[in-house]
Write a protein that binds this ligand. Structure first.
Ligand SMILES: Cc1cc2nc3c(=O)[nH]c(=O)nc-3n(C[C@H](O)[C@H](O)[C@H](O)COP(=O)(O)OP(=O)(O)OC[C@H]3O[C@@H](n4cnc5c(N)ncnc54)[C@H](O)[C@@H]3O)c2cc1C
Length: 407
């Protein structure tokens, strides 16, 4: 990938070429009504340290806010339409080219939390999602290998919910956006020039020195979204990097059926990965605070101290033989304000758009949020799903749209 742009002016510059930036580029470049040109600037085209690369590749309908359920519905539609074209990932999605719908199983250990799940189910069911509330006995019957004595109930949906090839999707979006005319460069945006008199971004500066004039700039910079906003004089973007651990492990005695993405009350979540192995993830043991965007160290022995006790208890003796085969630390681009995406223009700098702050669900939100940003650019308004509730204005006006169902 070249480091040098072919033009000195672009209609659209997207900062960040991972799943969000590439979804925006794809929705622009493949829309025949878009007549402009697009430059995507990505500081590390390997995406090795992006949230996109660290993703656990899961998709769900079980959100607490209606807009997130609708966003998830487009994700499922998108992946079912194009999933067969994503690069194959034989380990993670071996049984289907699109969605491995083993569902998400939220376990509840109190009647209060089961009531919350019931309320969320009503939101989801109102939009057509197939979520069901299970009693403890239902969980025991359906997953007889699971320890349930401490449970009050659960919620489960096995329609369009489970695992998909999110990494393959991100690469496919980039590939097909490029093939459709979007230009990508391996470079870094190091400055943004603002025309203060007219409240507009005028140009961006690249690490290699070039100054590019631009009509619209999109911030899709993931965990670096706040420093990128600061370049444009926006000092208060509430997005920070938060450490998340993922392990892949094999067992001698695998389960007789797929394990849904099971969210244990401890915060540990695990699911089937390949045929005989499983994926498990969790936040840190101590306080969940901001970390340096370049710090991917394992700050604690989370496998021994937190994960192993939970999985051997929940899935009883079968997982006592668990052997770790892979592990990584990734960063959520965590929105400290309300854990929801921020999508659309800045309140005064109207040609500076956000597509950031996904707080752990950006792989599945990239199709709908990328489409929404592309619609704002091409038509000046949302045409399919109205994402006004995710606007930056809500932060300025202190109107949080809190997403409780953050994993
Ligand atoms: C451990 C983990 C598990 C997850 N599991 C799931 C899951 O199961 N399902 C789900 O839906 N989501 C999941 N997520 C969240 C999801 O991965 C992210 O929300 C999503 O990938 C965000 O994509 P992005 O393109 O917005 O940001 P990123 O992937 O972080 O990409 C931002 C890009 O911007 C580039 N960039 C930054 N600054 C500049 C600059 N100045 N100039 C040029 N380029 C720049 C970076 O190099 C980077 O490549 C998970 C995240 C983590 C960390």
């Amino acid at each position: 990938m070249s480091t040098t742009p072919t033009r000195q002016h672009y209609d659209v510059v997207i900062i960040g070429g991972a799943t969000s930036g590439s979804s925006i580029a794809w929705h622009l470049a493949t829309n025949p009504e878009f007549k402009g040109n697009v430059l995507v600037v990505e500081r590390d085209p390997s995406l090795a340290y992006s949230a996109t690369k660290a993703s656990n590749n899961c998709m769900r309908q079980q959100f607490a806010t209606a807009i997130n359920v609708q966003i998830a519905q487009y994700a499922a539609e998108f992946v079912k339409r194009y999933g067969a074209e994503f690069s194959p990932d034989p380990r993670d999605v071996p049984f289907t080219p699109s969605i491995r719908s083993f569902g998400y199983l939220y376990l509840s250990d109190s009647s209060e939390f089961t009531d919350v799940l019931r309320k969320d189910r009503d939101v989801q069911a109102g939009l057509g999602a197939g979520t069901r509330i299970l009693s403890r006995a239902d969980v025991q019957r359906r997953y007889p290998f699971m320890y349930t004595d401490d449970l009050d109930g659960a919620s489960l949906n096995v329609v369009d919910e489970g695992a998909f090839n999110a990494w393959g999707m991100a690469q496919w979006l980039r590939r097909t956006a490029q093939a459709s005319g979007a230009e990508y460069i391996a470079n870094e945006v190091t400055g943004i020039e603002v025309d203060e008199a007219n409240d507009r971004v005028r140009s961006i500066q690249l690490r290699t020195g070039e100054q590019i004039t631009v009509d619209t700039v999109v911030n899709a910079a993931g965990t670096r979204a706040a420093p990128v906003s600061e370049m444009a004089g926006i000092a208060d973007l509430p997005v920070e990097a938060r450490r998340r651990y993922t392990y892949i492990f094999s067992v001698d005695d695998s389960l007789p059926q797929d394990l849904p993405l099971t969210i244990d009350p401890s915060g540990v979540h695990l699911r089937s990965y390949g045929a005989n192995d499983y994926l498990v993830g969790c936040p840190p043991i101590g306080p969940d605070t901001a970390v340096d965007v370049d710090d991917f160290s394992f700050a604690e022995d989370i496998w021994e101290e937190k994960i192993l006790p939970v999985i051997t208890r929940r899935v009883v003796r079968r997982f006592a033989s668990a052997r770790v085969t892979d592990s990584w630390v990734g960063h959520y681009e965590f929105n400290t304000f309300d854990q929801n995406a921020i999508v659309g223009p800045h309140c005064t700098l109207r040609n500076f758009l956000f597509c950031v702050g996904f707080s752990g669900h950006g792989s599945q939100q990239a199709p709908a949020c990328g489409r929404a940003v592309a619609e704002l650019i091409v038509y000046g308004r949302f045409r399919t799903l109205d994402l006004t509730v995710l606007s930056y204005d809500r932060i300025v006006e202190n109107r949080p749209l809190t997403e409780r169902a953050v994993i």
